[in-house]
Write a protein that binds this ligand. Sequence first.
Ligand SMILES: Nc1ncnc2c1ncn2[C@@H]1O[C@H](COP(=O)(O)OP(=O)(O)OP(=O)(O)O)[C@@H](O)[C@H]1O
Length: 202
Amino acid sequence: MPLEGQKLGYRYNKALWVFQHVDICMERGEIVGLVGPSGCGKSTLGKLLAGHLRPHEGKVIADGERKPHVERNSVQLVLQHPEQAVNPRWKLRRTLQESGSSNDHILAELAIENNWLDRYPNELSGGELQRICVARALGDETRYLIADEMTTMLDAITQAQIWHSVLNWAKLNGTGVLIISHERHLVNKICDRVIEWKDLVE
Ligand SMILES: Nc1ncnc2c1ncn2[C@@H]1O[C@H](COP(=O)(O)OP(=O)(O)OP(=O)(O)O)[C@@H](O)[C@H]1O
């Protein structure tokens, strides 16, 4: 069963809709790209799908469940800036443990060194910290991953390593991945299909 946004609408202030009537659907195991101009609403849509924001219109359904985010963490979101996504006062082992998704296989796949887990977020590089945020998102319950500019800040080698690991994992687990990115070459290379924002809002 798919992850679906039906007739979604969202506005940050009452006077102005960011978008309305947006329908989006992806299947388990699909790798889907979402591209569009800056400020059009891609990240907002990603947050709605992951349950970080509640839609003002429409609904999100994952695997037939109306509130996938309440019952379980089946839709995970990874953002561009890892330092904004972790508690700066927690060592990273605690961050991973709290999410319940730190299995050794994923840590190894993402080349996460054990000693990183005994450090605070500001004691790691951006790429190291992002690997931990990615590992946190790849839990047993994860059925869909929304990757919003997930590797934009990283060098090409780190980018390639992270995508290699994530796509392997997604393939193995039948996870759907929505890749929100400005990097069309990346999206064209790794996605099964690419959604243009203009086609969502027309
Ligand atoms: N917290 C917020 N409060 C008010 N307006 C916001 C907020 N977050 C985003 N917006 C506005 O909503 C619109 C959509 O933003 P969003 O971040 O979803 O776009 P985007 O397509 O992801 O952009 P980009 O490609 O530049 O990351 C923009 O006009 C933005 O200024």
